[in-house]
Design a protein around this ligand. Structure first.
Ligand SMILES: C[S@@+](CC[C@H](N)C(=O)[O-])C[C@H]1O[C@@H](n2cnc3c(N)ncnc32)[C@H](O)[C@@H]1O
Length: 336
């Protein structure tokens, strides 16, 4: 491999390039050639250790991710953990290698929805990106309460899309409980939280966490929001009851209703491909009430284009849907 090239490029891209070239010269068939090969008798590999080398893993992910509307850069850093899950799946199916799994996927359409959650790591924590939650407390939520009030609504509705094991929506509920519930006793604060991974949703519903996931949460909230039992912290009902969890694929489904606040952080705008990002953004904006806020990950950016949404705080990844103009309001009131 040309060392200068490796220095100048992202190292991982160089590795990918290297192994792509390497496959051209090897004598055994590459994964693309093997797609049509019949499967080895599955049970013969049960109990044996399937090896996933990084080059094989990278090749496999380059093949399967675009087929699921996902993009490789999002998975580069977490690929080691994805390999571990893939290994378990190979073992369950009795397959010897990722190449055989690829053939299996080509012949079993029902395997794709099983593969999809295997690629996801529900990495999250309470109060993730503290400055975002501070902005929520000092500016965003107070303005959204006002917005709801002006619209004659008694409910403030939030959606946490891709909520993993619940730390994000639970943080919202705790924040409300600690800072707003007494100030706005008549406002009903509700969070809908969705994720594609049923196991993550089960953990979220349980509401039981370990200290390690809440290092960033303000210290006094830990004592007030949780019942401590040894190493376990159980979220109290007053916050837990504010959150409803759904197993839902963001690419196909939305929760019912409109939302004043949507958090879609560290999911669509990191892992989805361009088309899926655009489609998701269009639907997220549709689900926001005028004047409502969308929060994406601090390191994420929205796809280029003209969207019905304006930056509120770019460094925090916060956007706001414009209010309806007076003419638009009049037009709507004439229609309904
Ligand atoms: C990295 S976690 C982000 C968790 C949280 N939003 C945060 O920022 O801390 C990404 C989550 O998105 C979920 N996910 C992946 N694809 C999804 C999809 N198509 N629909 C809904 N959730 C999805 C994964 O299961 C995972 O729990």
């Amino acid at each position: 491999m040309n060392v200068k090239v490796a220095k100048n490029r992202d190292l991982h891209e160089a590795v990918v390039l290297y192994f792509k070239n390497a496959t051209l010269s090897r004598t055994s068939p590459s994964w693309t050639e093997r797609i049509g090969m019949p499967l080895a008798p599955p049970t013969s590999y049960r109990g044996s250790r399937q090896l996933i080398t990084d080059p094989d893993g990278i090749e496999f992910l380059h093949w399967c991710l675009p087929r699921m509307g996902l993009r490789w850069p999002g998975f580069r850093k977490i690929r080691g953990r994805v390999y571990k899950r893939l290994k378990r799946r190979l073992h369950e199916l009795g397959l010897p290698s990722l190449a055989a799994y690829q053939t299996y996927l080509a012949n079993h359409a029902e395997e794709w929805p099983i593969l999809s959650p295997l690629c996801w790591m529900p990495i999250t924590r309470f109060y993730r990106d503290r400055s975002v939650f501070q902005l929520l407390e000092t500016a965003i939520l107070p303005q959204l309460v006002q917005l709801a009030g002006e619209g004659g609504e008694t409910q403030l509705r939030c959606w946490s899309a891709g909520c993993a094991s619940g730390e994000e929506p639970h943080t919202l509920a705790i924040l409300w409980q600690q800072r707003f519930a007494r100030r706005y006793p008549t406002v009903e604060f509700h969070v809908v939280a969705s994720d594609i991974d049923p196991q993550a949703i089960q953990r979220a519903q349980r509401g039981c966490y370990h200290w390690s996931s809440m290092k960033e949460l303000p210290a006094e909230w830990k004592g007030e929001a949780f019942n401590v039992s040894g190493e376990e912290l159980w979220l109290k009902d007053e916050s837990r009851s504010r959150v409803t969890f759904l197993v839902q694929d963001l690419r196909d489904n939305d929760p019912d209703g409109m939302f004043h606040l949507i958090l879609c952080r560290n999911l669509a705008f990191t892992y989805f491909d361009e088309t899926a990002q655009e489609e998701t953004l269009r639907r997220l904006v549709d689900k926001l009430t005028p004047g409502g806020a969308l929060i994406i990950g601090k390191l994420e950016t929205l796809p280029k284009g003209r969207w019905q949404i304006k930056p509120w705080s770019l460094p925090m990844g916060v956007y706001r849907k414009p209010f309806l103009s007076k003419e638009k309001k009049r037009e709507l009131s004439r229609q309904f």
